[in-house]
Design a protein around this ligand. Structure first.
Ligand SMILES: [Zn+2]
Length: 186
């Protein structure tokens, strides 16, 4: 499969480490889209926040990552929770940044939740462990409680995008609170 074959890209949010791969400089120094035939999905409130630039996190938003998408016909702006495709549901979270898109994928009686930067590693599963990057840590805590309860009740597999050792695990609720279960190989 080549980059040209990719049809859809869900951008959880526009921090450089989550959107940087969507653009590149060609040999003439011109910015290009890495997936030129793909529709890229972003939330309206996230795009507005990225373009406004606020001191807390504006260093995480780079023009070269975002403007080529905005100038193209490949960006689709969404607004709110929704089922994007059959079995692919967008669930928003505001604690890390505004309107971050987490993704719940369902199929074959299993559910895989891409938690994005709401729960970036297994170390962030316990409720009080939140990132200094978060815009609203108290909101992150509220959202983690809501999502982790569903993860346990509905037996979700959770994908940890920033964890160097465990990319995926179930969630367990113990007398000490939530923790990641045994790693799952996808
Ligand atoms: Zn982030």
């Amino acid at each position: 499969m080549q980059p040209e074959d990719i049809t859809d890209v869900i951008l959880t949010h526009l921090h450089f480490d989550h959107v940087g791969g969507a653009t590149y400089y060609d040999t003439e120094g011109k910015l290009r889209l890495r997936f030129p035939n793909a529709t890229h999905y972003v939330q309206k409130r996230q795009l507005e926040w990225a373009q406004k630039g606020f001191e807390k996190d504006r260093a995480s938003y780079l023009r070269e990552n975002i403007e080529p998408l905005v100038q193209s016909d490949n960006l689709k702006i969404l607004d709110g929770n929704q089922e994007l495709f059959d079995g692919v549901e967008i669930l928003l979270s505001d604690g890390h940044t505004l309107a971050q898109q987490t993704v719940l994928i369902s199929g074959n009686d299993k559910k895989l939740w891409y938690a994005a930067d709401l729960i970036p590693t297994t170390a962030h599963v316990p409720i009080p462990w939140v990132m200094a990057y978060d815009l609203a840590p108290v909101k992150t805590i509220e959202e983690k409680k809501k999502f982790l309860k569903r993860a346990v009740d509905e037996h979700w597999l959770v994908f940890f995008e920033h964890d160097p050792r465990t990319c995926c695990a179930t969630i367990e609720f113990t007398e000490k609170g939530y923790k990641a279960g045994a790693p799952v190989i996808l």
